[in-house]
Design a protein around this ligand. Structure first.
Ligand code: ADP
Ligand code: MG
Length: 254
């Protein structure tokens, strides 16, 4: 190809924002010649490159936007120490049909049993699959909504939660909420209802949610929406964090 024509091609690709095609053009061209690919096959390879690279960039961006705590992948979760949760049921959720169907997941249990880990693990799978996910502690959610109330951005913040595919609300019930905070949380839950999946983790059994929300009515209404299409897991057991102190084999190893 004439150098000038080639330059034109590169500039055209730039204008069309086909950055990855620009990058793999030469390499793919050589491969196409060597393997005697048809024009269409060659074009398909270039398009594949662009699509794959864009997807990877998007997943990377969404991973950052999700604000997950570090680690906590599904592969790292040891189901042999946490036997109160059905491994198969979690693996089934990891197929993410629940996100597609706007269903919820509720993980209840005492501290350290892996609730946050499982919530994040499912969230990470969802990001890998291209979904928009946001992880927040309820405490953070409440504070952010208070700040938005103060600067007049409450509506748009509530909308931004609804526009997620999956919202993870960690640690419901660690701190009691006042009337405004309860109301905000209720708005988040009812806004998500049948639009966006929610995963909630809590150390408070359902019967006691009335004490977490400022009024039993809000608690009941919130619980109602949350549980309508929900996969509920009650986790039991000793805290994984204390494992090193109690397992003689592990403490000897240190
Ligand atoms: P919870 O949210 O129930 O209080 P976490 O999910 O935060 O507990 O778990 C506490 C710590 O122990 C985390 O670092 C988590 O990664 C780890 N952990 C808990 N359960 C398991 C498990 N079954 N396999 C591997 N790591 C676990
Ligand atoms: Mg937790």
């Amino acid at each position: 190809m004439e150098p000038q024509r080639y330059q034109q091609l590169l500039e055209g690709l730039k204008r069309l924002k086909l950055r990855h095609v620009r990058q793999t053009l030469e390499e793919r061209n050589e491969a196409a010649i060597a393997r005697q690919l048809s024009y269409l096959e060659y074009l398909a390879l270039l398009v594949d490159d662009e699509v794959a690279a864009r997807q990877a960039t998007q997943v990377q961006k969404r991973l950052q936007a999700a604000r997950f705590p570090s680690g906590m992948t599904l592969e790292e979760f040891d189901f042999t120490v946490q036997t109160s949760v059905n491994r198969q049921a979690i693996l089934d959720l990891a197929r993410l049909q629940f996100v597609e169907r706007h269903e919820n997941v509720v993980l209840v249990g005492p501290p350290g049993v892996g609730k946050t880990h499982l919530a994040v693990a499912l969230g990470r799978k969802a990001v890998d699959r291209g979904y928009r996910v946001l992880f927040l502690t309820v405490d953070r959610l409440v504070n952010d909504l208070y700040a938005s109330l103060a600067d007049g951005t409450l509506k748009s913040r509530l909308k931004s939660y609804q526009s997620q595919d999956l919202l993870i609300l960690d640690e419901l019930g660690y701190l009691p909420m006042d009337a405004t905070a309860s109301n905000h949380l209720f708005q988040v839950i009812s806004g998500a209802y049948e639009h966006c999946s929610v995963i909630v983790t809590s150390n408070v059994p359902f019967q006691e949610w009335g004490h977490v929300f400022a009024t039993p009515t809000l608690a009941a209404a919130g619980l109602d929406r949350l549980l309508h299409h929900a996969h509920v897991f009650s986790l039991r057991g000793e805290s994984y964090r204390l494992r090193w102190d109690t397992d003689p084999a592990l403490s000897q190893a240190t």
